[in-house]
Ligand binder design. Sequence first.
Ligand code: NAD
Ligand code: UGA
Length: 458
Amino acid sequence: MRNKTRICIIGAGYVGLTYAAGLASKGFRVSLVDVNEATIARVNLGSSPIDEPGLERALAGGVKKGLIRGYTRLDDVFQGSDVLFICVGTYCDDAGNINLAQVRSVARDLRDCYQKGTDPGYKVICVKSTVICGTTDNVVLPAVEESGKKAGVDFGLAMSPEFLKEGSALDDILHPDKIVIGGMDQRSIDGVKCVLQAFLGPDEEGKVIETDLRTAELIKYAQNSFLATKISFINEMSRFAEAFGVDVGKVARAIGMDSRISPKFLNAGPGFGGSCFPKDVRALYTAGKRAGMEPLLLKAVLDVNEGQKAHVLSLLTSARQVRGLKVAVLGLAFKAGTGDTRESVSRTVVPGLLGAGAKSVKVHDPSHFARDEFKREFPASDRLSYCERVEEALAGADACIILTEWPEYMRLRPSDLAGMAPRPLVIDSRRILPRHEFKEGGIEIVTLGESTSRSFVP
Ligand code: NAD
Ligand code: UGA
């Protein structure tokens, strides 16, 4: 089935690439634009520059059918596109402000395309990047209008936040819980809706939420902040559990059975990482401050998260002296199923171990994308080495810290640690190992959020 609407996706990262593959699978012709030449060269060979389940296959299929083609210049495809999705990065600066440089640059490119071309006809420009309220109407709109074209007349403007998760990005796009479309007018909303509803079944019309631009922008931040709050909440409970001699897993299971709470996002762990929660909560917090508020809850969510990252290292330092210790670090990615190490706890733990004088730190991650990305920032040295196999990392180590919940770490059993030094210590920050089995196997194990200490007296 071929779909007539011609799509242009600007920014070929996690969101843009996955959208290109998802829309091509629904018969759309997609032009994918990115300033990164290497990314585009790979896309045109049908190869995915990122590690996402099913993405490589879907991209290759789209390229082979002639439905996906990559470009490095917007100019080359602007004229022939009906709906353009902006999917570039929106990072945080050191002060926590959202950095809109990439969005501004795309808006200027759009302006230039309008200025250069003959009348290209009505198009809808839709922001998919996560942007603070007011970006679409106060940054993108005026920049494009500098071309002399008028929003609402010559082009439509929409904002449709994206809710995909890394590790299941394609699946999330193909089976969305909801689709939020904010628009400056109904025509803009309809332009985007006719594309995105390809991901909905015949009875799923009710999953589309139509709003104005700013509401769509805030929905995205509200959702990410809420999920991050749930994680910081359970992480704080995990600290109570450790102090009071309780297993936080049982607490989470019990409260999660209340349908008003739900069991999701109640896994205590080493703090939330990734390219989104940390930067989005920070950006909303900072924007709130600029708007004259004092967002106390968001500040607490961020503080608890930083504290939790540091706590992982302290689980080791309270059991062993790090100076002179040989440590295996299992997991660099910020969660299982992705090769992304952005804001991962590994970025706190590995330099922390080296800084505290560990004799050697051997790191492993099943994803070579994660290993390569991490290595670029933390190059191998006489004390830091990268291992392709878990056994290599464990060989001779005095202690092992599990940072990511990869299935192959979940399968580790005491016999797999035979190559470690005598009296090994395991720190399980993801709570994925059967503690009793390890203890019975004579291995000292510290599980985050779990303690048998009964020393607390009220
Ligand atoms: P990313 O950093 O992986 O990719 C951004 C891409 O945009 C890069 O390939 C970059 O080269 C390209 N780019 C930069 N400037 C450009 C320009 N002027 N023209 C064309 N291309 C340009 O980002 P991402 O993870 O895909 O996230 C994109 C946006 O979507 C962000 O706002 C993010 O917060 C949001 N988001 C991300 C996820 C996720 O899981 N990664 C999920 C939902 C929403
Ligand atoms: C998150 C959201 O889940 C997506 O809906 C959203 O679109 C995306 O951010 C975004 O805005 O970019 P993602 O960052 O890929 O997706 O990953 P999550 O699965 O949400 O995990 C985020 C972090 O929280 C990870 O470090 C994970 O380990 C941690 N986490 C998650 C916990 O510590 N406990 C949990 O119970 C759940």
